[in-house]
Design a protein around this ligand. Structure first.
Ligand SMILES: Nc1nc2c(ncn2[C@@H]2O[C@H](COP(=O)(O)OP(=O)(O)OP(=O)(O)O)[C@@H](O)[C@H]2O)c(=O)[nH]1
Ligand SMILES: [Mg+2]
Length: 438
C-alpha cells in the first residue's frame, strides 16, 4: 500500500466516520487461538463492537474464528475469509474490522480478497484518538502514534507487492526507491514531532518539579476508559472537566487542587484511560501524558462497577500499573457508579484499601477524602528536630500543626521527634537534625 493509497483509505474511512449520516457498515471479525481463553475472545469482541460504534460505525455483523495457528497471509483461514466475503454481500457492509493486529501484508491481502477497507483493532483505537484530540499536544501525540502504527504496515504491504511483482532481496526496483523517499520523509516528521513533544514534556517536568518543591501530595486518577475519572475529578475539585459517555473522552491530563482536612492542599490529576490491548504505539506516543500519573504519590484506581467486564478491566489496569513500574505506589481502589450497580457487587469485592462512590451523585466522596487523607498522612515522615534556647518558642507552633511524638531536653536546647507531611518537612527542614550542626 503506497502513501497515496494510505491517504485515500484514510480519507475514505475518515469520511465514513465524520459524516454521521453515512455511517460505515462494519463486520467485526473476532479471532483467537485454541490456546486462548474463549470467554476473553468473546469479551474482546463485544468491546471492539463498542469501539466501532465509538469510532462512528454501525456493526452489521460479527463472526468469530478459533484457530490452531494464524494464517500468515490473511490471519484468518481461507474458509473464514470466504464466509466474511459472503456476509459483506448479504449485509452491504462497507468496512471489516479485525479484533487483532494485522501485518501490512495481511491487511493488504484481506482488502484485496474482501473488496472493502479492512482495519485492525489498533487502527480503530488510534482513529478514535484522532477524532477526539483537540489540543495541539493531543494532536501531535496521535499523529506520532498513527505514523508509528502505519510505518511497519506500509513497509510490509509494499514488500508484499514487490515480491508479487517478482522483486525480491537484492533487486532495487522503482517502488523501492519511492518507499525509501517516503520513509525518509516520515522519519523527518517523526523527528519533528518528537522534538515538539519533548518540549511539552520539559514544560510539564518543570511544573511537577515546582509541586515537588512545595511538597504537595499528588494523586493520579487512573482506570479503564469510561470508568468515571473525569466525573470524579469534577466532584473532588469542583472542576468542569469534560465528561462523556464514550471511550477516550479525555486525552489530555488535567491537574487540580484539592483541600484535605488535616493535610492541607493536595493535587489530583485526571488523564487518559486504559483499554485492553492498548496499542504499544499509543503508549509510546502518550509518554508525556502518562508520566503525569507516573510521578504521583498515590494512585486512585477508578473502577466501573456497572461494567459486566469489571474484573477483566481491573486486571488490565493492574497490568499497566506493573508494566509502567508504578506498582510500588500506594493504590486506593475507587469503586464507582454505586448508584447504578447491584448492591451484591459490593460484597464480592476483596481489593483493599477500597471505597465505594458515586462520582455522579456525590455519594461516598467524603469517605474517599478520608482515604486520601490517610494515604497522604502515610507519606509523613518521623523526623528529629533541634531547637536552640532562642528558638524554643517555635516548638509551640510545631505542636499546633503536627504531632510531636517525643520531646527531650538537651543542655543547649530541645530535641523533638515529630511526624511531618512532605510539605512540613520542607518548611521545618532548617531545624531538622541532619541539617543542623550543633
Ligand atoms: N450512573 C453513574 N454514571 C457515572 C458515574 N460516574 C461517571 N458516570 C458516567 O460514566 C460516563 C463516563 O464518565 P467519565 O467521567 O467521562 O469517564 P472517564 O473515566 O473520564 O472516561 P474517559 O475519559 O473516556 O476514559 C459518563 O456518562 C458519566 O456520566 C456514577 O457514579 N454513576
Ligand atoms: Mg475522562
Amino acid at each position: 500500500m503506497s502513501c497515496h493509497e494510505l491517504r485515500r483509505l484514510k480519507k475514505e474511512t475518515g469520511n465514513l466516520t465524520t459524516n454521521r449520516s453515512l455511517k460505515a457498515r462494519v463486520i467485526v471479525l473476532g479471532i483467537g487461538l485454541k490456546s486462548d481463553s474463549f470467554p476473553e475472545i468473546k469479551e474482546s469482541l463485544a468491546e471492539i463492537e463498542d469501539l466501532v460504534v465509538a469510532w462512528g460505525g454501525e456493526v452489521v455483523g460479527n463472526v468469530v474464528q478459533i484457530l490452531l495457528q494464524y494464517n500468515p497471509a490473511t490471519l484468518a483461514g481461507t474458509g473464514k475469509v470466504q464466509e466474511v466475503k459472503e456476509m459483506i454481500e448479504e449485509s452491504a457492509a462497507s468496512v471489516v474490522v479485525v479484533d487483532h493486529h494485522l501485518t501490512g501484508v495481511q491487511g493488504r491481502n484481506l482488502q484485496e480478497l474482501l473488496g472493502v477497507p479492512v482495519l485492525d483493532r489498533n487502527q480503530v483505537i488510534v482513529d478514535i484518538f484522532a477524532q477526539r484530540a483537540k489540543t495541539h499536544e493531543g494532536k501531535l501525540q496521535v499523529e506520532l502514534a498513527q505514523i508509528l502504527d502505519q510505518l511497519p504496515r506500509m513497509v510490509g504491504a509494499w514488500m508484499g507487492s514487490l515480491s508479487r511483482q517478482g522483486g525480491g532481496i537484492g533487486t532495487r526496483g522503482p517502488g523501492e526507491t519511492a518507499l525509501e523517499t517516503d520513509r525518509r520523509r516520515i522519519r523527518e516528521r517523526v523527528k519533528a514531532i518528537r522534538k515538539q513533544l519533548e518540549s511539552v514534556r520539559k514544560h510539564r517536568q518543570q511544573h511537577r518539579a515546582l509541586r515537588q518543591r512545595m511538597k504537595v501530595p499528588t494523586f493520579a486518577l487512573i482506570g479503564y476508559t469510561n470508568s468515571g475519572k473525569s466525573t470524579l475529578i469534577n466532584q473532588l475539585t469542583h472542576s468542569r472537566v469534560e465528561v462523556k459517555d464514550q471511550v477516550f473522552a479525555t486525552l489530555d491530563p488535567t491537574t487540580r487542587k484539592v483541600y484535605l482536612a488535616e493535610v492541607g492542599d493536595a493535587v489530583v490529576t485526571d488523564t487518559v484511560g486504559f483499554i485492553r490491548k492498548l496499542p504499544a504505539h499509543l503508549i509510546e506516543a502518550f509518554k508525556a501524558t502518562l508520566e503525569e500519573s507516573g510521578e504521583a504519590d498515590v494512585l486512585l484506581h477508578v473502577i466501573d462497577m456497572v461494567s459486566p467486564q469489571m474484573e477483566q478491566q481491573i486486571r488490565t489496569v493492574d497490568e499497566f500499573i506493573r508494566e509502567f513500574g508504578w506498582d510500588k505506589k500506594p493504590v486506593i481502589y475507587v469503586y464507582n457508579k454505586i448508584d447504578k450497580a447491584p448492591l451484591e457487587r459490593q460484597f464480592q469485592i476483596k481489593a483493599f484499601p477500597r471505597v465505594f462512590v458515586s462520582a455522579l451523585k456525590g455519594e461516598g466522596i467524603e469517605k474517599l477524602r478520608k482515604q486520601m487523607t490517610v494515604a497522604a498522612q502515610a507519606l509523613n515522615q518521623e523526623v528529629e528536630l533541634y531547637f536552640s534556647k532562642e528558638d524554643e518558642h517555635k516548638i509551640y507552633e510545631l505542636g499546633r500543626e503536627s504531632n510531636i511524638v517525643k520531646r527531650e531536653c538537651a543542655s543547649t536546647g530541645t530535641i523533638c521527634f515529630a511526624s511531618l507531611t512532605p510539605a512540613q518537612v520542607s518548611r521545618w527542614s532548617s531545624f531538622m537534625v541532619q541539617n543542623k550542626k550543633y
